[in-house]
Write a protein that binds this ligand. Structure first.
Ligand code: ADP
Ligand code: MG
Length: 718
């Protein structure tokens, strides 16, 4: 038997139980050892029977003097009674409906019992205590100590897990390999691994349990950091095109804008452009609140690359956004002769700078549609400078001639493998990886950024363009709904646009409910279609109401967004498809139904869809939930004006899963639970750096290197 042995072969497990254990993520003996309790029950104090306390939970030890099961007078319930004695006295124990007890427990057995002591009509008694037989050979597992409580699943109780794990702790001791470098264990006063496992499952004291737990948190964070930092070292050894900053060109570009860049935009653009001058691949995260103007910064980097002779790929998370970037890029670059193409799922368009025309709404790019194959062909030849699209851009068919920069909007993660894939076509024999600029408006708190984006450099746009007014955020009580609708009518009359966000569209599967939301309320959620019909027919028959949801075809979506921009639609009922990035400067009201269903960061993103020009804008939140968590969260969104503040709060209220999605990353539970602990994250990071300085490939620490490899397989960081 070793740590990789399947649990199925353990005594008392078998195929059926093994399946159940699997639902808890346990398949091997090693998994079992690392399945940690989430709390402990304190049964450590065994009281003499003469000292038991009425009305409290008591744990005592004694010999069974008598035991019998009888039917109660109604003949329905089996009542088992036992008399238990120690040197100080005797007490009656009573169980209901557990007739098998009188088979398990027999006169003369020495047992430990724990349960509530009640005062009955004739005496005091122990009510339905849990029990464990005691013998001189076996230490107690479930009583007479701090007892571990595990997350359970039907058929798998904590008691079952305890009995499984306890003997393994001894049996596997010789096979446990210390993988933390000795200097790290010493510096942190860590217990030997075997002892740490012993203390986290069956601790002597709560303090030791906590110490062991901290040790395992460190261990797992340490592996995350090592893997992230190693990726960074690997990248630094790769080559990338050194793209010289063309100051004159950048000046010409900024002068062509209808606004002045903020200092923060300037600073970030500088950092990015300087970074790309180096001959190794840039990996940079451009982080900025919604509406802070990230696109224009990315376009500067793109323009500088294109004019130095390199192609640029820009990836957006959805087709709507890809299209929006396409138009935005076309407008921003209209006088710079950049050949831009859009590659989406089905339709493809290519645009050249000569085809624009001026309308009273501003410059509109004309697009000519050409076949997908033609775009691919031109891109391969290098006849397209800037290719914009969704994840279709990293499909095998897309080849570039000279790719210099990849810009990823709101995709969070893009690794070496994907980069290498994009530049397969480079001819020079040597693989030149493109630079990477990743953009996000999800304000990732520092601890998270350090852990997950530890291999990226950070540029922060921490300032909003001038003239933006603070968005007025309000919770609207049901009685004020009519007034809110009236307000919306006035806004529309003033040539403004209104978003109405509903949490669900008919027939669609519900998104993951937040920890605090109550799934039974789901049915009450405003289905988008119902809301659309209500608004268009009953509430605003005089207004142009439109609807947008994720299931529509890209063409339909695009038409609706265009109509909304032009005013052919005035009130747009939408699901969260519009959540990230959509830019409609005339939108001044964001109305969110079922606000309790959204995360804070998400609400903030939604709110960021308005107030994108200099008009006063409003965010109205409707909620059906009166829970304290909802109130806490809604009040956070009203108070906090900045995404970072909110993200920290979301992290505190709902945990890291709400921000980054647990499944998406595959981070271990212990790590997730400790991501808010900045000091610990920094400490593990520093330690990881030290170790990698001594041994960049971890050659001196073979067991650790192996462990990191295994660990990486579980993470989906790329
Ligand atoms: P985000 O950072 O959310 O992606 P965008 O790049 O879409 O934001 O910019 C939001 C809006 O602000 C756009 O309409 C853009 O043209 C405008 N904008 C960008 N920078 C500035 C600036 N410095 N001053 C005024 N408006 C700006
Ligand atoms: Mg954006």
């Amino acid at each position: 038997m070793n740590l990789d042995t399947a649990v199925q072969y353990l005594m008392g497990v078998g195929p059926v139980m093994a399946k159940k254990l699997q639902t808890l993520g346990i398949t091997t003996i090693g998994d079992l050892l690392y399945y940690f309790p989430f709390r402990y029950q304190d049964f450590s104090e065994i009281r003499p029977i003469s000292h038991i306390k009425i009305g409290q939970n008591n744990c005592l030890a004694g010999t069974i003097k008598a035991i019998q099961t009888s039917r109660s007078w109604q003949k329905k319930v089996a009542v088992t009674e036992a008399l238990v004695s120690d040197q100080t006295g005797s007490i009656r124990a009573v169980w209901f409906n557990q007739p098998f007890l009188s088979k398990n427990l027999q006169i003369g057995d020495f047992v430990c019992l724990a349960g509530l002591v009640k005062l009955g009509k004739k005496d005091i008694f122990l009510s339905s205590p849990i029990y464990e037989k005691m013998s001189s050979e076996n230490e107690l597992t479930s009583l007479g100590r701090l007892v571990p409580v595990y997350n359970e699943t039907p058929g798998i109780t904590s008691r079952f897990l305890r009995n499984l794990i306890k003997p393994l702790l001894d049996q596997t001791k010789s096979q446990l390999k210390e993988f933390l470098p000795a200097q790290v264990s010493q510096a942190n006063n860590f217990l030997p691994l075997g002892q740490a496992l012993q203390q986290i499952h069956f601790p002597e004291t709560l303090a030791l349990a906590e110490q062991a737990k901290q040790q395992f948190v460190f261990e797992e964070l340490f592996l995350v950091e090592l893997s992230v930092l190693q990726a960074r070292l690997k990248l630094a050894q790769q080559k990338a095109p050194a793209i010289v900053l063309n100051a004159e060109l950048m000046k010409k570009f900024t002068n062509s804008l209808s606004f002045t860049l903020t200092d923060a935009q300037r600073k970030c653009a500088w950092q990015i452009l300087k970074d790309m001058e180096k001959p190794c691949p840039m990996s940079r995260l451009l982080e900025g609140d919604v509406g802070s103007g990230k696109t224009v910064v990315a376009i500067m980097a793109a323009l500088n690359s294109v004019k130095a002779g390199w192609q640029v790929a820009l990836m957006a998370p959805t087709e709507i956004l890809a299209k929006q970037h396409f138009y935005q890029a076309a407008i921003l670059l209209r006088s710079f002769k950049v050949r831009i193409a859009l590659l989406t799922g089905k339709e493809d368009q290519i645009i050249s700078q000569k085809l624009g025309w001026q309308t009273k709404d501003g410059w509109r790019p004309e697009t000519i549609e050409i076949s997908r194959n033609k775009i691919l062909e031109r891109c391969k030849k290098g006849d397209i400078d800037l290719l914009i699209g969704t994840h279709t851009l990293i499909q095998d068919k897309v080849k570039f001639n000279k790719l210099g920069l990849v810009v990823v909007d709101e995709q969070h993660r893009f690794g070496i493998a994907q980069r290498a894939k994009l530049c397969q076509a480079s001819k020079s024999g040597q693989l030149l990886l493109p630079h990477l600029l990743s953009m996000t408006a999800t304000p990732i708190p520092r601890t998270l950024a350090l852990t997950i984006f530890g291999d990226l450099d950070l540029s922060l746009i921490d300032e909003m363009p001038k003239g933006r007014k603070e968005i007025i955020t309000k919770v609207i009580a049901p009685s004020e709904r009519k007034q809110a609708y009236q307000f919306i009518r006035q806004q529309v009359k003033g040539d403004n646009r209104v978003f109405v966000i509903c949490p669900r569209v008919e027939g669609q599967t519900p998104p993951q409910l937040g920890a605090g939301s109550d799934p039974t309320r789901w049915n009450e959620a405003k289905a988008g279609k119902v809301e659309y019909e209500k608004l268009s027919q009953e509430v605003f028959p005089e207004l142009k109401v439109g609807m947008l949801h994720g299931k529509m075809k890209p063409k339909e979506k695009e038409k609706i967004m265009r109509d909304f921009k032009l005013g052919k639609i005035e009130v747009l009922v939408a699901t969260t498809v519009i959540e990230v990035g959509v830019d409609i400067p005339k939108a001044t009201v964001m109305m969110v139904e079922g606000a309790e269903r959204f995360g804070l960061a998400q609400l903030h993103q939604l709110r960021g869809r308005v107030g994108r020009a200099d008009q006063q804008s409003y965010c109205f939140l409707f909620t059906e939930s009166a829970s304290s968590q909802t109130r806490q969260r809604i009040s956070a969104i009203i108070k906090a004006k900045n995404g970072f503040e909110l993200a920290e709060k979301d992290l505190a209220i709902r945990g890291p899963g709400s921000l980054i999605g647990k499944k998406q990353w595959g981070l271990p539970d212990l790590v997730m639970a400790n991501l808010t602990n900045l000091a610990l994250v920094e400490k593990t990071r520093e330690t990881a750096k030290q170790i990698l300085r001594q041994s960049p490939s971890l050659k001196n620490y073979p067991i650790l290197a192996f462990k990191v490899k295994i660990f990486e397989k579980q993470l989906h960081l790329e």
